[in-house]
Design a protein around this ligand. Structure first.
Ligand code: IPE
Ligand code: MG
Length: 224
């Protein structure tokens, strides 16, 4: 979800208002994903690298997460959305952790759409955490190095509950993954859209899915 800051700047608004507009786009996108019958939606909302931003902006982003969970949880739950958080718990305040834990717990039985919120997330950090967990099993003598395979690594990731993403969309015109879903996105189709995240709509999502449908996915083979 990239481009909130530039969206605000283009309007002469403070960056925080760009992030606020970004939350509106997120709300609409979750609804659109559900209406379009998607089973999983993963949004990159705060990266481990975002700690490098000024404290005032970090505070604004955390406030928005708080507000999103507080304001939207009941409706998301009613709409059958299961909320999962992927990311590190390190550096997050107790109140944020309690709030998101409650959202995850409340919605855990929902099956219509899984919304993975990547918060305090980094793809390399995710791999480090997974490798540490696996190394601990080896250290304890419960696992042989040769038993480590791709499925085991997938199962050890924060995204273990979700299938690999088919499609990764990045807005704002930047052509980078920026540490997003490095392992699970290995075969994802990448779509880069030249619009700022607050301008992303249901039509944008439909457009991306249309483009995805026209892609020829061969997974290294020769295809059909
Ligand atoms: C995306 O918008 C939101 C987050 C990374 C939290 P940006 O804040 O990256 O907006 P730009 O890239 O400065 O326009
Ligand atoms: Mg950005």
């Amino acid at each position: 979800m990239d481009g909130n800051g530039r969206w605000a700047k283009a309007r002469g608004l403070p960056r925080a208002l760009g992030h606020k507009a970004g939350v509106d786009a997120l709300r609409a996108t979750v609804e659109a994903a559900r209406d379009l019958g998607l089973s999983h939606l993963t949004v990159f909302s705060f990266s481990t690298e975002n700690w490098n931003r000024p404290q005032s902006e970090i505070d604004a982003l955390f406030d928005l997460l708080r507000m999103f969970v507080r304001r939207d949880l009941a409706r998301l739950h009613k709409d059958g959305v299961r909320i999962r958080i992927i990311g590190s718990r390190e550096g997050l305040s107790e109140d944020i952790l309690a709030l998101v834990d409650d959202a995850v717990e409340t919605t855990k039985g929902n099956t219509r759409l899984t919304l993975n919120i990547a918060f305090n997330y980094g793809g390399r950090g995710e791999l480090v955490a997974a490798i540490r967990d696996i190394a601990r099993l080896v250290e304890a003598g419960n696992l042989k190095a040769d038993q480590i395979d791709e499925a085991m690594i997938s199962r050890s990731l924060w995204t273990a509950d979700s299938p690999d993403p088919d499609l990764v969309i990045r807005t704002s015109g930047e052509l980078r993954l920026s540490n997003f879903l490095l392992w699970s996105g290995a075969y994802a189709e990448l779509i880069f859209m030249d619009l700022w995240w607050p301008d992303f709509t249901k039509e944008s999502l439909e457009k991306a899915i249309d483009a995805f449908r026209r892609r020829d996915r061969r997974f290294g083979g020769l295809g059909a």
